[in-house]
Design a protein. Structure first.
Length: 319
């Protein structure tokens, strides 16, 4: 519990994690699988408001538009949706909910509150059926990693989870964001199932995030963290928070920073226990959470009891 209380105050470091998680982090630092070469400075001096202004200044959600090689030569301009993600809600959304898949959301009774938002973001294969009381049943947008598209166990083609929602997929690319290299050797080949799905469902908005957007978020996390963070992409959760902050006037994030219900249960919909799901091993999740904690404008009571963080939309911040 001591760790949780310190996390609520933003006063934790990786040194307080279990030796197993610390070793996992060190191993990822040594492997540097994606060839990260950070050129900036690492410091943690910005206030929450300054951080928000930094994000407003720099973060631009970007998806593949098919205009760059190798996608241009492959005719992707015709394959991607005609309307860009950033223009799907041209007048912007008022309130948005980001629902993390953490086990801690079980028994929260947050479903009704979550569904009262204009838009609700969920992740990967997180279901609503059977969990409505705690997570609600409205889904506007779903962020999916490349394993969802490629692993047959997720039934991407026919599961109702991926129908009637805006889909945003991503895959870890090299830090250089060299699209040719990435296309030849994605982590999981999402390109083929993406094109297939676009052809079968031309009216469903479905995007692939541009690697530059993902690594720009990573740079911002590292620049605002004293410690060296894992040289791997931010988690889907952090990516989703920033997408919603770009599209909504106010964003409520649920069970990202854990509530008093904190548990090692990885997902609310799966009997699997691992503290790494909440604190990070591959992803720089702990550091993402510390930044979000700094930017939280909500009251402590909401954080403790609901695991709820309030963030202003980037265009609602005055800088
Ligand atoms: O595991 P998955 O990536 O599908 O979960 C979606 C997001 O929810 C994660 O990327 C992470 O940001 C967040 N999460 C969390 N704590 C957990 C499980 C997920 O913060 N126990």
């Amino acid at each position: 519990r001591a760790f949780l209380y310190r996390l609520w105050k933003g006063n934790v470091s990786s040194k307080m994690l279990t030796p197993r998680l610390q070793k996992a982090m060190r191993d990822y630092l040594n492997t540097n699988k994606h060839g990260v070469r950070f050129r900036g400075k690492r410091e943690a001096r910005l206030s929450g408001h300054q951080l928000l202004c930094e994000l407003r200044r720099r973060v631009r959600v970007r998806t593949l538009d098919g205009k760059e090689a190798p996608f241009s030569a492959l005719g992707w301009e015709k394959h991607v949706p005609a309307v860009p993600l950033s223009q799907l809600h041209p007048r912007g959304l008022r309130t948005c909910a980001v629902v993390m898949s953490a086990g801690a959301i079980l028994n929260s009774s947050l479903g009704e509150e979550i569904d009262s938002h204009d838009a609700v973001l969920r992740f990967n294969s997180a279901p609503t059926r059977g969990y409505e009381k705690d997570v609600g049943n409205k889904t506007t947008l779903r962020i999916i990693n490349s394993q969802i598209l490629t692993n047959p166990s997720h039934h991407f083609i026919d599961s109702s989870l991926y129908k009637d929602v805006i889909l945003v997929a991503w895959d870890p690319a090299p830090y250089s964001a060299n699209l040719n290299l990435w296309y030849k050797k994605p982590d999981y080949n999402l390109f083929t199932p993406y094109i297939q799905h676009r052809q079968r469902n031309p009216n469903q908005p479905f995007y692939i995030l541009h690697p530059k957007f993902i690594w720009q978020l990573w740079d911002i996390i590292q620049e605002n963290t004293k410690e060296k963070i894992q040289p791997n992409p931010p988690s889907s959760g952090f990516i989703g928070i920033l997408i919603m902050m770009s599209m909504c006037r106010e964003v409520h994030v649920y069970e990202y920073i854990p509530s008093v219900r904190q548990t090692e249960l990885c997902h609310y919909h799966e009997l699997y226990y691992d503290a790494a799901c909440t604190l990070g091993a591959y992803h720089p999740l702990l550091y993402e959470k510390l930044l979000v904690q700094r930017m939280n404008t909500g009251v402590q009571e909401d954080l403790h009891r609901k695991g709820k963080v309030t963030l202003p939309g980037l265009w609602a911040v005055s800088c």
